[in-house]
Ligand binder design. Structure first.
Ligand code: ADP
Length: 507
């Protein structure tokens, strides 16, 4: 196994289930890469540990090689061998763990949604800590993300700290409290955690069932730093309506709980250099944006050469995203004389079917197109070709698509919730300073709310083109880079490391 080089900055290891662009399902993948790159450029040593999925984008990994040593890790009372691969993704060193377990945990042709996800990821969490221990790594921070690697926090303190992997503080980021990783308490034993010790109200026991344990709750209890992905969402989840059952736990641990707004990777999302789009452009030269719009319309078989606003939407189609309002916006856009392009797919069969019906209905329509797929290259093109971008979420921990849309000059129309509330400010809201106003917002998640924002945007676009153009130019210049957020993480990491050092010196 490789050893870790010495540096003056912090040594941070992210352990996660996703990383863009090699293994991305949603925003989590973007965050792992974006935050890591920003921390690396601030002088820290950053490494990432991922499962070696069969369905990864292998072409985006540089210099992938198998290490000689085989790693043994514990599960279900015995040891299993794992192959360890290393490679470089976006300039970042990544370890990939390939379990040689008969259940072929990461040979499923998909990332999540398997009947044994709890086993797959508790196995991975344990193997990742085993890797760090065997490799003799001495990180300052082990940063785990979402329920899939939430097991890291109790595993670290109960099993690995005593084994000598004891240099680190644990940071846990929850990207969405809807997904908590709950299971019958006995399932926790597979990865070697002590069920009797941990199935307690103040530890991993689920707040609504004494027979179940909750991985995210465990990470909240056992981590030194707990964050979520926007300040507004951090407030929302501390209330009964928004906490998905964890509000009391989060309130109890509020001193170590922070909301930090995600950034976006401004190198990947840059209309001036983007090779996925037809014509590169910038805020001072919007002709390219118009050309992308026309090319997109032709590509999708929509009518072109008319000044009609094109509304975009790129999303996982899950209830959180305001499915009924997305559907409503498609029909309402048509009535208002606009065009609509949706790129999305759903892990929920009945939602997928519902949108397939709508897609079929509009199959050869010249104003509406639904593409029910995951398509990275088309996503770039839609950001570039759309004038407006809707995100009517019921709740939204951070949301990245509003920031990406703005970077490409597409004006966001969003529900005021979570990170959308922290990044989109209504152009008609007199209480917001003009320089911050950058989109359209509505509060009540119903058709009226959606319609009022959509109508205002259409009216602005159609009746006042020069002011619309200024708005487009303004939002393209908003700084959504990782710089500010990475500095906030850095501060939390440093303070936590300093506290640990002070405590050790005082002993
Ligand atoms: P979430 O993490 O809840 O899915 P975010 O807004 O945080 O939502 O992140 C969504 C990310 O996934 C964005 O980068 C968006 O462009 C991308 N994305 C979502 N759906 C698709 C799709 N069907 N095809 C391509 N990219 C998609």
């Amino acid at each position: 196994l490789t050893s870790s080089p010495k540096r003056s900055g912090l040594y941070v290891i992210h352990i996660a289930a996703e990383m863009a662009p090699v293994a991305k399902v949603g925003g989590l993948g973007d965050v792992i890469t974006g935050l890591s790159k920003a921390l690396q450029s601030r002088g820290h040593l950053v490494e990432i540990v991922l499962p070696k999925y069969d369905c990864m984008e292998y072409s985006r990994i540089k210099d992938l090689r198998l290490l000689d040593a085989v790693l043994e890790s514990y599960f279900d009372g015995r040891l299993f061998k794992n192959k360890i691969w290393v490679g470089t993704v976006e300039g970042l060193p990544v370890y990939f763990i390939e379990p040689l377990h008969p259940d072929k945990f990461f040979w499923r042709a998909q990332y999540y949604g398997e009947h044994d996800d709890f086993r797959r990821f508790s196995y991975f969490s344990r193997a990742a800590l085993e890797l760090l221990t065997r490799a003799g790594k001495r990180p300052d921070i082990i940063h785990c993300h979402d329920w899939q690697t939430a097991f890291i926090a109790p595993l670290y303190w109960d099993l690995y700290y005593p084994k000598g992997l004891n240099s680190a503080r644990i940071c846990f980021t929850c990207h969405n409290f809807e997904y908590q990783g709950t299971a019958p308490a006995s399932d926790l034993g597979s990865c070697g955690l002590d069920v009797d010790q941990l199935n307690r109200q103040d530890r991993l026991q689920d707040n609504s069932s004494h027979e179940r344990i909750n991985a995210v709750k465990g990470a909240v209890v056992f981590s030194n730093i707990v964050t979520t992905v926007s300040p507004t969402y951090a407030q929302e989840v501390r209330r009964a309506e928004g906490g998905h059952g964890l509000h009391s736990t989060l309130n109890f641990h509020s001193k170590k709980f922070f909301g930090i707004l995600n950034g976006i990777d401004t190198e990947v999302w840059n209309p001036a250099t983007d090779s996925f789009i037809k014509v590169q452009y910038n805020a001072n030269d919007l002709q390219g944006k118009a050309e992308n719009k026309d090319a997109l319309r032709r590509h999708l078989g929509l009518s072109s050469n008319v000044r009609k606003p094109l509304v975009g939407c790129i999303t996982r189609l899950v209830p959180q995203k305001g499915i009924h309002l997305i559907r409503y916006a498609i029909y309402r856009t048509l009535e208002l004389g606009g065009q609509f392009v949706l790129l999305g797919s759903s892990p929920v069969p009945h939602i997928q079917r519902e949108f397939e019906d709508i897609a079929n209905h509009f199959q050869s329509h010249d104003q509406i197109r639904l593409v029910l797929a995951y398509d990275e290259s088309l996503s770039h093109w839609i950001y570039a070709g759309s004038d407006m971008f809707i995100i009517p979420s019921i709740f939204e921990p951070c949301g990245l698509t509003q920031m990406i849309a703005m970077r490409y000059g597409s004006i966001p129309i969003v529900r005021k919730t979570g990170g959308l509330n922290d990044s989109v400010f209504d152009v008609d809201d007199e209480r917001t300073p003009t320089e911050l106003q950058n989109g359209y917002t509505f509060l009540t998640p119903d058709e009226q709310g959606m319609n009022s924002a959509l109508e205002r945007a259409f009216s602005h676009y159609l009746n006042n083109p020069s002011s619309w153009k200024q708005l487009v130019q303004k939002v393209m210049d908003v700084d959504f880079s990782w710089e500010t957020s990475a500095a906030q993480y850095e501060e939390l990491y440093s303070k936590s490391v300093a506290r640990a050092k002070a405590a050790a010196a005082g002993r």
